[in-house]
Design a protein. Structure first.
Length: 174
């Protein structure tokens, strides 16, 4: 899954362009799926395998299964939907080298991914004015290394795409 920082960056960028949303409710919804005890249920993940990074990514999220579980007419529900859409787009953007991911173990992938989150956190916090809510402060970690899997440019492009998204239309077109 994308880091909490990526989710908050996407939500802040979206809110900057959609002032009609209730900011506090939207931000709460945008991180809620990562703080519910049954995360697999709340993300509506398809059954997946840890055989390889590719197998894991291809089975990670099924947005259609969650459409009836929350009201996307509320700011909270729209933030929740943006979280799921962000997850989906994030995984799609990582699957650009299927052969590499198929050869990579799930555990190596996960270790590299969490390393990369730390390499991007300070940049994203400054670029998108992120303030971590109390519940998420434990994820406010940074390191000065270079990313291994993730590209800052691709993450920024994804966030920009998400900020311009018509959530209702996107959900209708799934």
């Amino acid at each position: 899954m994308p880091s909490i920082t990526i989710h908050l960056a996407a939500a802040n960028a979206y809110l900057d362009k959609h002032p009609e949303e209730n900011r506090a409710e939207f931000l709460e919804g945008a991180i809620a799926p990562d703080f519910i005890s049954e995360t697999k249920l709340m993300h509506h993940s398809s059954p997946n395998t840890h055989e390889s990074a590719l197998a894991f990514l291809k089975g990670k999220i099924n947005i259609k299964d969650c459409l009836s579980d929350f009201d996307t007419k509320t700011s909270y529900g729209r933030g929740y939907a943006l979280h799921l859409i962000t997850d989906d787009e994030f995984y799609r953007s990582l699957i650009d080298d299927e052969a590499k991911l198929a050869a990579m173990s799930y555990y190596d992938y996960k270790q590299m991914l969490y390393h990369d989150y730390g390499t991007m956190n300070e940049f994203l916090k400054k670029a998108y004015g992120i303030v971590f809510p109390e519940i998420a402060k434990r994820f406010d970690l940074s390191n000065d290394d270079k990313p291994v899997l993730l590209s800052r440019e691709r993450i920024v492009e994804m966030i920009e795409w998400l900020s311009n998204l018509d959530i209702d239309e996107h959900l209708r077109n799934l």
